[in-house]
Design a binder for this molecule. Structure first.
Ligand code: FMN
Length: 247
Protein backbone atom coordinates (compact mmCIF):
# COMPACT_ATOMS: atom_id res chain seq x y z
CA UNK A 1 0.00 0.00 0.00
CA UNK A 2 1.25 3.50 -0.87
CA UNK A 3 1.09 6.34 1.65
CA UNK A 4 -1.44 9.07 0.88
CA UNK A 5 1.08 11.70 -0.22
CA UNK A 6 2.70 9.34 -2.74
CA UNK A 7 -0.75 8.22 -3.88
CA UNK A 8 -1.89 11.78 -4.60
CA UNK A 9 1.37 12.83 -6.25
CA UNK A 10 1.18 9.93 -8.71
CA UNK A 11 -2.51 9.68 -9.34
CA UNK A 12 -4.25 9.86 -12.68
CA UNK A 13 -7.59 8.66 -13.88
CA UNK A 14 -7.67 5.04 -15.07
CA UNK A 15 -10.44 4.01 -17.45
CA UNK A 16 -9.34 0.59 -18.69
CA UNK A 17 -9.01 -2.44 -16.43
CA UNK A 18 -7.93 -6.06 -16.54
CA UNK A 19 -10.60 -8.69 -15.96
CA UNK A 20 -9.12 -9.56 -12.58
CA UNK A 21 -11.76 -9.20 -9.88
CA UNK A 22 -11.26 -7.44 -6.58
CA UNK A 23 -11.78 -9.89 -3.74
CA UNK A 24 -14.74 -9.35 -1.43
CA UNK A 25 -12.55 -8.97 1.62
CA UNK A 26 -10.81 -5.98 0.02
CA UNK A 27 -14.16 -4.46 -0.98
CA UNK A 28 -15.47 -4.82 2.56
CA UNK A 29 -12.29 -3.25 3.95
CA UNK A 30 -12.70 -0.27 1.62
CA UNK A 31 -16.38 0.13 2.50
CA UNK A 32 -15.76 -0.17 6.25
CA UNK A 33 -13.02 2.47 5.99
CA UNK A 34 -15.34 4.78 4.01
CA UNK A 35 -17.91 4.69 6.79
CA UNK A 36 -15.42 6.69 8.90
CA UNK A 37 -15.53 9.60 6.42
CA UNK A 38 -16.31 13.03 7.83
CA UNK A 39 -19.92 14.06 7.33
CA UNK A 40 -21.79 17.31 7.65
CA UNK A 41 -23.35 17.67 11.13
CA UNK A 42 -22.61 13.99 11.65
CA UNK A 43 -25.84 13.22 9.80
CA UNK A 44 -24.41 10.86 7.15
CA UNK A 45 -26.75 12.16 4.46
CA UNK A 46 -25.19 10.18 1.62
CA UNK A 47 -25.23 6.55 0.49
CA UNK A 48 -23.56 4.49 -2.16
CA UNK A 49 -24.96 1.83 -4.42
CA UNK A 50 -22.71 -0.95 -5.69
CA UNK A 51 -23.63 -1.91 -9.22
CA UNK A 52 -23.07 -5.62 -9.79
CA UNK A 53 -25.81 -6.20 -12.39
CA UNK A 54 -24.17 -6.06 -15.87
CA UNK A 55 -27.42 -4.77 -17.40
CA UNK A 56 -27.47 -1.83 -14.98
CA UNK A 57 -23.82 -1.12 -15.73
CA UNK A 58 -24.75 -1.03 -19.40
CA UNK A 59 -27.63 1.37 -18.76
CA UNK A 60 -25.41 3.63 -16.66
CA UNK A 61 -22.73 3.55 -19.37
CA UNK A 62 -25.42 4.70 -21.78
CA UNK A 63 -26.46 7.60 -19.54
CA UNK A 64 -22.80 8.57 -19.09
CA UNK A 65 -22.17 8.07 -22.80
CA UNK A 66 -18.91 6.31 -21.88
CA UNK A 67 -18.71 2.63 -22.81
CA UNK A 68 -15.76 1.74 -20.53
CA UNK A 69 -18.18 1.98 -17.59
CA UNK A 70 -19.69 -1.30 -18.81
CA UNK A 71 -16.38 -3.10 -18.37
CA UNK A 72 -15.22 -1.76 -15.02
CA UNK A 73 -14.93 -4.50 -12.36
CA UNK A 74 -16.35 -2.34 -9.56
CA UNK A 75 -18.83 0.50 -9.97
CA UNK A 76 -20.41 2.56 -7.20
CA UNK A 77 -22.91 5.39 -7.49
CA UNK A 78 -22.89 7.95 -4.70
CA UNK A 79 -26.14 9.64 -3.82
CA UNK A 80 -27.24 12.46 -1.57
CA UNK A 81 -29.59 10.59 0.72
CA UNK A 82 -32.08 12.28 3.01
CA UNK A 83 -34.63 9.50 2.72
CA UNK A 84 -33.02 7.48 5.52
CA UNK A 85 -33.15 10.35 8.01
CA UNK A 86 -36.64 11.30 6.84
CA UNK A 87 -37.76 7.74 7.65
CA UNK A 88 -35.94 7.82 10.94
CA UNK A 89 -37.80 10.95 11.93
CA UNK A 90 -41.16 9.72 10.60
CA UNK A 91 -40.85 6.25 12.09
CA UNK A 92 -40.17 7.91 15.42
CA UNK A 93 -43.58 9.52 15.05
CA UNK A 94 -42.35 13.03 14.22
CA UNK A 95 -43.02 15.28 11.26
CA UNK A 96 -40.36 15.87 8.57
CA UNK A 97 -41.90 18.32 6.25
CA UNK A 98 -40.04 21.57 6.36
CA UNK A 99 -36.33 21.06 6.29
CA UNK A 100 -35.38 19.49 2.98
CA UNK A 101 -33.96 22.82 1.82
CA UNK A 102 -30.92 23.89 -0.17
CA UNK A 103 -28.65 23.73 2.87
CA UNK A 104 -29.63 20.15 3.65
CA UNK A 105 -29.40 19.21 -0.04
CA UNK A 106 -25.87 20.58 -0.33
CA UNK A 107 -24.83 18.83 2.87
CA UNK A 108 -25.87 15.52 1.30
CA UNK A 109 -24.18 16.41 -1.98
CA UNK A 110 -20.94 17.29 -0.18
CA UNK A 111 -21.06 14.13 1.94
CA UNK A 112 -21.47 12.03 -1.21
CA UNK A 113 -18.48 13.73 -2.88
CA UNK A 114 -16.33 13.18 0.22
CA UNK A 115 -17.25 9.49 0.28
CA UNK A 116 -16.46 9.17 -3.43
CA UNK A 117 -13.18 11.01 -3.09
CA UNK A 118 -12.12 8.86 -0.14
CA UNK A 119 -12.98 5.73 -2.11
CA UNK A 120 -10.77 6.86 -5.00
CA UNK A 121 -7.86 7.71 -2.69
CA UNK A 122 -8.12 4.43 -0.79
CA UNK A 123 -8.23 2.26 -3.91
CA UNK A 124 -5.42 4.23 -5.55
CA UNK A 125 -3.30 3.70 -2.44
CA UNK A 126 -3.85 -0.05 -3.03
CA UNK A 127 -2.36 0.32 -6.51
CA UNK A 128 -5.77 -0.08 -8.10
CA UNK A 129 -6.92 2.39 -10.74
CA UNK A 130 -10.09 4.48 -10.53
CA UNK A 131 -12.30 6.96 -12.34
CA UNK A 132 -14.95 9.43 -11.29
CA UNK A 133 -17.99 9.56 -13.50
CA UNK A 134 -19.88 12.83 -13.32
CA UNK A 135 -21.68 12.25 -16.58
CA UNK A 136 -24.23 10.07 -14.80
CA UNK A 137 -25.86 13.48 -14.43
CA UNK A 138 -26.43 13.64 -18.20
CA UNK A 139 -29.81 12.14 -17.41
CA UNK A 140 -30.58 12.33 -13.70
CA UNK A 141 -34.14 11.13 -14.12
CA UNK A 142 -32.93 7.98 -15.87
CA UNK A 143 -30.43 7.39 -13.04
CA UNK A 144 -33.23 7.75 -10.50
CA UNK A 145 -35.17 5.13 -12.46
CA UNK A 146 -32.23 2.71 -12.87
CA UNK A 147 -31.36 2.89 -9.17
CA UNK A 148 -34.97 2.96 -8.00
CA UNK A 149 -34.19 6.01 -5.88
CA UNK A 150 -36.82 7.20 -3.42
CA UNK A 151 -37.81 10.81 -2.79
CA UNK A 152 -35.24 12.92 -0.93
CA UNK A 153 -32.32 11.35 -2.75
CA UNK A 154 -30.25 12.61 -5.68
CA UNK A 155 -27.46 10.95 -7.69
CA UNK A 156 -24.16 12.81 -7.32
CA UNK A 157 -21.25 10.97 -8.87
CA UNK A 158 -20.02 7.48 -9.76
CA UNK A 159 -16.68 5.82 -9.06
CA UNK A 160 -15.31 2.82 -10.94
CA UNK A 161 -12.18 0.90 -10.06
CA UNK A 162 -10.17 -2.21 -10.77
CA UNK A 163 -6.70 -3.39 -11.75
CA UNK A 164 -5.32 -0.92 -14.31
CA UNK A 165 -4.87 -2.03 -17.88
CA UNK A 166 -3.41 1.24 -19.15
CA UNK A 167 -0.66 3.56 -18.07
CA UNK A 168 -1.69 7.13 -18.83
CA UNK A 169 0.53 10.13 -18.28
CA UNK A 170 -0.06 12.17 -15.15
CA UNK A 171 -2.21 15.08 -16.33
CA UNK A 172 -0.50 18.43 -15.76
CA UNK A 173 -2.34 20.65 -13.30
CA UNK A 174 -1.84 24.38 -12.82
CA UNK A 175 0.89 25.33 -10.33
CA UNK A 176 -0.20 25.98 -6.75
CA UNK A 177 0.43 29.74 -6.95
CA UNK A 178 -2.51 30.03 -9.38
CA UNK A 179 -4.91 28.27 -7.02
CA UNK A 180 -3.63 28.61 -3.49
CA UNK A 181 -4.03 32.02 -1.88
CA UNK A 182 -3.33 33.42 1.55
CA UNK A 183 -5.85 35.31 3.63
CA UNK A 184 -7.73 36.77 0.70
CA UNK A 185 -8.37 36.10 -2.96
CA UNK A 186 -5.45 36.79 -5.29
CA UNK A 187 -6.28 38.63 -8.52
CA UNK A 188 -3.81 38.58 -11.41
CA UNK A 189 -3.16 41.44 -13.80
CA UNK A 190 -3.51 39.40 -16.98
CA UNK A 191 -4.80 35.84 -16.87
CA UNK A 192 -3.73 35.06 -20.42
CA UNK A 193 -0.08 35.84 -19.59
CA UNK A 194 -0.27 34.17 -16.22
CA UNK A 195 -1.47 30.91 -17.78
CA UNK A 196 1.01 30.90 -20.70
CA UNK A 197 3.39 28.30 -19.23
CA UNK A 198 0.60 26.05 -18.03
CA UNK A 199 -1.13 26.33 -21.42
CA UNK A 200 2.07 25.14 -23.06
CA UNK A 201 2.60 22.34 -20.59
CA UNK A 202 -0.94 21.07 -21.12
CA UNK A 203 -0.30 20.62 -24.85
CA UNK A 204 2.42 18.05 -23.99
CA UNK A 205 -0.24 15.80 -22.43
CA UNK A 206 -1.51 12.84 -24.42
CA UNK A 207 -5.12 11.98 -23.74
CA UNK A 208 -5.69 8.23 -24.10
CA UNK A 209 -9.40 8.91 -24.48
CA UNK A 210 -8.85 10.96 -27.59
CA UNK A 211 -7.04 8.55 -29.92
CA UNK A 212 -3.83 9.18 -28.01
CA UNK A 213 -3.60 12.74 -29.25
CA UNK A 214 -2.12 15.76 -27.58
CA UNK A 215 -4.74 17.95 -25.94
CA UNK A 216 -5.56 21.59 -26.43
CA UNK A 217 -4.15 24.35 -24.21
CA UNK A 218 -5.88 24.75 -20.86
CA UNK A 219 -7.23 28.20 -21.83
CA UNK A 220 -8.86 26.75 -24.94
CA UNK A 221 -10.28 23.82 -22.98
CA UNK A 222 -11.78 26.23 -20.47
CA UNK A 223 -13.52 28.06 -23.29
CA UNK A 224 -14.81 25.08 -25.24
CA UNK A 225 -15.86 23.02 -22.22
CA UNK A 226 -17.52 25.92 -20.43
CA UNK A 227 -19.47 26.88 -23.52
CA UNK A 228 -20.75 23.34 -24.04
CA UNK A 229 -24.00 22.86 -22.24
CA UNK A 230 -26.14 19.81 -21.80
CA UNK A 231 -29.85 20.70 -21.72
CA UNK A 232 -30.70 17.92 -19.25
CA UNK A 233 -28.04 19.10 -16.83
CA UNK A 234 -29.87 22.39 -16.65
CA UNK A 235 -32.85 20.58 -15.19
CA UNK A 236 -31.14 19.58 -11.94
CA UNK A 237 -33.16 21.83 -9.71
CA UNK A 238 -36.44 20.79 -11.26
CA UNK A 239 -35.61 17.10 -10.85
CA UNK A 240 -34.44 17.58 -7.26
CA UNK A 241 -37.70 19.45 -6.55
CA UNK A 242 -39.64 16.57 -8.09
CA UNK A 243 -37.79 14.36 -5.64
CA UNK A 244 -39.24 16.41 -2.77
CA UNK A 245 -36.34 18.78 -2.10
CA UNK A 246 -37.49 22.32 -1.35
CA UNK A 247 -34.94 24.18 -3.44
C1 FMN B 1 -16.52 14.96 -10.01
C2 FMN B 1 -15.79 14.43 -11.21
C3 FMN B 1 -16.49 13.97 -12.29
C4 FMN B 1 -15.83 13.44 -13.39
N1 FMN B 1 -16.56 12.96 -14.42
C5 FMN B 1 -15.94 12.40 -15.48
C6 FMN B 1 -16.69 11.86 -16.55
O1 FMN B 1 -17.92 11.88 -16.54
N2 FMN B 1 -16.03 11.30 -17.58
C7 FMN B 1 -14.66 11.24 -17.62
O2 FMN B 1 -14.13 10.70 -18.58
N3 FMN B 1 -13.91 11.76 -16.63
C8 FMN B 1 -14.51 12.33 -15.56
N4 FMN B 1 -13.78 12.85 -14.53
C9 FMN B 1 -12.32 12.78 -14.59
C10 FMN B 1 -11.68 14.10 -14.99
O3 FMN B 1 -11.86 14.32 -16.35
C11 FMN B 1 -10.19 14.02 -14.63
O4 FMN B 1 -10.06 13.89 -13.24
C12 FMN B 1 -9.46 15.29 -15.07
O5 FMN B 1 -9.45 15.40 -16.47
C13 FMN B 1 -8.02 15.26 -14.58
O6 FMN B 1 -7.33 14.12 -15.02
P1 FMN B 1 -6.67 13.11 -13.99
O7 FMN B 1 -7.72 12.59 -13.09
O8 FMN B 1 -6.04 12.04 -14.83
O9 FMN B 1 -5.65 13.91 -13.21
C14 FMN B 1 -14.41 13.40 -13.43
C15 FMN B 1 -13.70 13.88 -12.33
C16 FMN B 1 -14.37 14.38 -11.23
C17 FMN B 1 -13.58 14.89 -10.06
Amino acid sequence: MKDLLTTLENRRTIREFTEEKIDEETIQKILDALMHSPTSMGLQQASLIRITDPMKKKEIAKVGNQEYIERVPELFIFIADHYRNFRLIRDNGRNYDTNSNVDIFLQGFTDAVILASNMVSVVESMDLGAFFIGSILNDTEKMIEILNLPKLTFPVVGVGFGHPNQNPQIKPKMPANLRVFENSYTYFENYKDKFKDYDEEMTTYYDLRDANRRVDSFSNQVYTKTMKSSPKRNEFLEIARKNSYKL
